[in-house]
Design a protein around this ligand. Structure first.
Ligand code: GLA
Ligand code: ZN
Length: 679
């Protein structure tokens, strides 16, 4: 069993702590330690935005204050997650050296200020960051209180998503392309530049895609996105190397859910631990089911990046201050939302932030300690109660991890490519499509992982690959082998369309043999104008907007079953859902978008066929989710996201964690209750 941080208390409970804002108020710092203990906090993240305090002038270092705080926390049983400070630049740096500041697509260079907005290519920025990171590591990297490196902060979280269009970045991009393609001929072919006479005759003619320049070459757009992601990943690697010089503590970065600009699967390879910042929009509607499901998908992605427990590095104990409407978590929701993270594989509940800042952009962002009332607040009491509960369940939960037998393909490169096309409809909605395939698993209580095209498929009984449009080298062969060896693979309309350069794959679908399908036309309609239906599992289902017209390819040895066909339009009778046995496994093809509910019925059947039903599958009322973490003993988390009590029928005799109380038959879950049980 992979464990998150060897030898440190689990589960972690704490959060971002910014004592640098209070250095002239020693009584506040004293009070913090006392209140942290009262709140059952066992770790904090320090130094995230401390550069100006650590290095107030170039080359002048002040680490004493930080050491003192780490010491005092450690003496009180509180561990430190130590951040490198590159998230925000001090003025002396940004003012003195233009090149460290990011340039927008309009060619304008940022003025100093704000954060997450440096140029990742700038050699000067890299040198300065390396210097401060090394100093930090040399002085504090082996402190026994420091358990983890928090490299920078939310890389790329600004209006430009980490992309910088300065001359240094343009040059680095050209070099990246030269390394990839070798010759301009190869690049011109891959980018199909003969179209509109845009053949490049010199590397210098290549610029980043910008609205007032070239944005129509999909190969260029895709490579630029790869470059932007790679460049920040490389910047991150340079920070990791800097702290590693004097410290062997594990490293993480705090990620941001399905963050489009960066391929987190690639980042994950250079990290020891995955962590992320979770800020769901609760109370977005009359119920919280959709929010809960989407949040579960985010947690699942984070666990999937390493197929291991992760950390929820930030969450708010009450409100955020950057959404259109910032609603307080009603009593009980904080505990449920936090335990949802744990249920999905997090080994921590951490907050932004411990103490509210007195001024600045985030002075009204939720925190454990408010401007007034000390520990005498509802939020503090809920945090403390949760901290206590985390301590109580820690032994049962640690070390365990969810072990799905089903996977959904979610691939960043595919995302970039799908969302760039000018094709059947304006917004191809790749992420929403993927989430719509995740939702049934969540509703059915079946554990699922996300994988990308490079991940192994062995070990999964079922792999779903919705809208797998771009096939990287070797992907089709991998699927073929997976199915031959007994896997069940489901894919959909708009799959196998382009190769890794976004060039259309000619002649036939790369998986034509496996799927038994020849695709011909792609239709996008306004369903009210051109309604269509399919029948499946004794029900008639409305067909959605995207519809592929395809034909069965007869195969005498492996006949194809048409499970459902279009019932209207000129393609009436054409297959909408097919299954073909292939080798020891089988492949399914879904030709169209469908109304809500269809996928749940389909996946419930497939789960039955693949023998991957969960213990609670088919028994969960709406808005109740279950997650299972496996270890010596499995642990189930039954989560009621309804604002009302519901009854759940237990499939076996359950023992409540931690007190061992026995439950059987029907149990009532209070609003927002999370019941944790073993068998
Ligand atoms: C992000 C940042 C934090 C803070 C929070 C506010 O997650 O990492 O510094 O700004 O948002 O929600
Ligand atoms: Zn740049």
């Amino acid at each position: 069993m992979k464990t998150v941080i060897k030898g440190y208390p689990h589960l972690l409970h704490g959060g971002d702590y910014n004592p640098e804002q209070w250095l002239d108020c020693p009584e506040v710092l004293e009070e913090d330690v006392r209140l942290m203990k009262e709140a059952h906090v066992n770790c904090v993240s320090l130094g995230i935005f401390s550069w100006a305090k650590l290095e107030p002038a170039e080359g002048e270092y002040h680490f004493g204050w930080l050491r003192k705080i780490i010491d005092r926390l450690y003496e009180n049983g509180i561990y430190t997650i130590l951040a490198t400070p590159s998230g925000a630049m001090p003025h002396w740096l940004a003012e003195q050296y233009d090149e460290v500041r990011q340039v927008g697509p309009d060619g304008l260079r940022n003025l100093p200020g704000r954060r997450h907005n440096f140029c990742p290519t700038s050699p000067l920025m890299r040198r300065k960051v390396k210097k401060i990171d090394r100093e930090l590591s040399r002085r504090l990297g082996d402190h026994p209180g420091v358990i983890l490196w928090h490299i920078s902060n939310e890389y790329g979280n600004n209006r430009l998503g980490g992309a910088c269009h300065c001359e240094l970045c343009q040059e680095a991009f050209r070099e990246w392309l030269q390394k990839k393609y070798g010759t301009l001929d190869a690049l011109n072919h891959a980018w199909w530049t003969t179209f509109w006479s845009h053949t490049y005759t010199s590397w210098d003619q290549i610029h980043s895609p910008v609205p007032h320049g070239e944005i129509g070459i999909h190969g260029l757009n895709l490579d630029w996105k790869r470059f932007v992601s790679d460049q920040m990943q490389d910047f991150c690697l340079s920070e990791i190397k800097a702290v590693r010089k004097y410290s062997d503590k594990p490293v993480t970065i705090n990620m941001m859910e399905f963050f489009r600009p960066f391929d987190y699967y690639k980042f994950a390879k250079q990290l020891d631990i995955i962590s992320w910042d979770s800020y769901p929009q609760w109370y977005a509607g009359t119920d919280d089911r959709e929010t809960a499901m989407r949040t579960a998908a985010c947690h699942t992605l984070m666990r999937s990046l390493k197929k291991a427990p992760f950390l929820m590095m930030e969450s708010t104990p009450s409100i955020v201050n950057w959404k259109d409407v910032n609603t307080q978590k009603r009593p009980g929701l904080h505990e449920l939302a936090s335990l949802q993270a744990v249920a999905c594989g997090s080994d921590s509940v951490q907050y932004f932030q411990w103490r509210k800042s007195r001024g600045g952009e985030e002075k009204f962002h939720g925190a454990v300690i408010d401007h007034r009332n000390g520990s005498n607040t509802r939020v503090f009491r809920e945090v403390a109660a949760l901290g206590e509960r985390l301590e109580q369940i820690s032994d049962a939960v640690y070390p365990t991890c969810n072990k799905p037998r089903a996977a959904i393909l979610f691939d960043w490169e595919n995302w970039w490519a799908v969302e760039d096309i000018q094709g059947p409809r304006k917004n191809m909605a790749y992420l929403d499509t993927v989430i719509s395939h995740f939702k049934p698993f969540w509703e059915l209580g079946i554990e699922v992982d996300f994988i990308n095209e490079e991940d192994p498929m062995e070990g999964y009984a079922l792999v779903a690959a919705p809208m797998a449009y771009l096939y990287r080298k070797g992907y089709a062969e991998k699927v073929k082998k997976y199915v031959e060896e007994g896997g069940t693979y489901l894919t959909t309309f708009f799959s196998g369309v382009v190769d890794e350069n976004d060039l259309c794959i000619l002649d036939r679908h790369p998986l034509e043999d496996v799927l038994g399908i020849r695709t011909e036309e792609m239709d996008a309609v306004i369903p009210e104008v051109l309604p269509n239906t399919i029948s499946f599992a004794d029900n008639c289902w409305q067909v959605g907007q995207l519809r592929e017209v395809s034909h069965v390819v007869e195969d005498a040895e492996n006949p194809i079953e048409v499970l459902s066909s279009y019932e209207e339009d000129y393609y009436q009778g054409a297959p909408a859902l097919t299954r073909k046995k292939y080798g020891k496994g089988c492949a399914l093809y879904l030709a169209c978008e469908t109304e809500e509910g269809f996928l749940k019925v389909l996946y419930e059947k497939l789960a039955e066929d693949c023998r991957i039903r969960g213990e609670f599958t088919g028994r969960l009322p709406q808005g109740v989710a279950v997650s299972r973490r496996d270890g010596e003993k499995p642990v189930w988390f039954l989560q009621n996201f309804n604002r009302a009590a519901v009854q759940v029928e237990l499939p076996f005799v359950c023992h409540v964690v931690p007190d061992g109380r026995t439950l059987e038959g029907n149990v009532t879950l209070r609003p927002y209750e999370c019941l944790i049980v073993t068998n």
